[in-house]
Design a protein around this ligand. Structure first.
Ligand SMILES: Nc1ncnc2c1ncn2[C@@H]1O[C@H](COP(=O)(O)OP(=O)(O)OP(=O)(O)O)[C@@H](O)[C@H]1O
Ligand SMILES: [Mg+2]
Length: 342
């Protein structure tokens, strides 16, 4: 096992960090704990929640809502934002509506735009796409302002889809541009110098839009597939279902060359605690059950494990508990967890 501290020594410049995993396994906790750790090491850090339901305010025990980036009080260098999904969705919807209308007008298609807009904005993945677009936005506009950007988001599948899509999309766009160039009359082609032709092509509003979108995608994709810049961390509990979700995600992101930072195992019962609570049958059973899953994690994900977080006797809420968890996760001595698998 390579501990997360060693991993970060190996990739000191990694800037974009994502947490993924099954619902409720501790993705937000791990994102907050990593963000806290970076900040206390003196790195300017932005923690961005892109979930429809936020929990950053709860874990830091302060109001971080409102959709604006704000400093986390009590931690120097740490900033957080809970992106307002309804706001993002509304803007995105408006954006798409404008595009559809513009396209129909430009292409001189005299039909009512509304049904087309409705189709575009009422598909079930719409909110996810809107949030993904927002993430792209944050990466490109805020990226240069921070040392570390941590995204607490369920958009793993989306990131993967985007990368797959951008390949096809790039090809398609190249064809579109070519055919637009050809469509310009010979006279225009002769009248303009080479670089001017592209300018003419860009006057087509739809195409200009597509080109700028493609440029954004390419810029983000280049960052997302670079292990020096990006790392996806997957969070699991020592339980069957979360382990299989992580295994599936890892295969998926690897297939698209997205760098896997590793796996964080959350909610591990400490042996000494179980030993102390001999009266507690539930804890004893859990502990025994867990030993079996810890072995499975070791076998299936072994090299990828980057650290263990103990199960605390209460929810993580407030700076003290985040600090405690950061101390535990970033402590290179992880023997307490490994005794279970030996
Ligand atoms: N190691 C732990 N010990 C005790 N409680 C924990 C631990 N890890 C997480 N929790 C608690 O479990 C709950 C779920 O954690 P968290 O919100 O981080 O999960 P999540 O994966 O982000 O969930 P969601 O999928 O809903 O976003 C929270 O109430 C959190 O405080
Ligand atoms: Mg969460």
């Amino acid at each position: 096992m390579q501990h997360i501290s060693r991993f970060l020594e190996q990739y000191p410049d990694v800037r974009y960090i994502f947490t993924g995993g099954k619902g409720g396994v501790g993705k937000t906790v791990c994102a907050a704990v990593m963000a806290y750790e970076f900040a206390r090491r003196g790195q300017k850090t932005l923690l961005a929640s892109l979930n429809p339901v936020h929990s950053l305010s709860s874990i830091f025990d302060q109001n971080l809502g409102g959709g604006q980036i704000q400093p986390v009080s009590g931690v120097d260098n740490l900033y957080a934002v809970e992106v307002d999904a309804s706001d993002v969705v509304a803007r995105y919807r408006e954006n798409i509506a404008v595009r559809v209308r513009e396209f129909l007008r430009y292409a001189d298609i005299p039909v009512d735009a509304k049904p087309f807009i409705d189709i575009a904005v009422t598909n079930p993945a719409f909110e996810e796409s809107a949030m993904f677009d927002k993430m792209v936005d944050i990466m490109l506009t805020e990226g240069p302002n921070y040392d570390k950007l941590i995204f607490d988001t369920a958009a793993v599948a989306n990131a993967v889809r985007l990368i797959g899509l951008s390949k096809i999309y790039g090809l398609w766009l190249a064809r579109m541009i070519e055919s637009r160039k050809e469509a310009l009359s010979l006279r225009v082609q002769l009248a303009f110098r080479r670089e001017k032709i592209m300018e003419e092509v860009k006057k087509d509003p739809m195409l200009a839009d597509l080109i700028s979108m493609d440029e954004r995608f390419k810029a983000v994709k280049q960052r997302l597939v670079d292990p020096q810049q990006t790392a996806f961390f997957f969070v699991t509990l020592p339980l069957m279902l979360p382990i299989s979700v992580v295994t599936r995600f890892i295969q998926m992101v690897r297939a698209y060359d997205i760098p896997v930072g590793g796996v964080l195992v959350n909610g591990v019962i400490r042996g000494e605690e179980a030993a102390r609570a001999t009266e507690d049958e539930y804890l004893q059973n859990k502990f025994t059950e867990q030993a079996q899953y810890m072995r499975i994690i070791q076998e299936q994900l072994g090299d990828l494990v980057r650290g263990y977080l103990p199960l605390y006797n209460r929810e993580l809420q407030g700076l003290e508990s985040v600090k405690q968890a950061a101390d535990d996760l970033f402590n290179p001595d992880q023997e307490w967890a490994l005794t279970l698998v030996s």
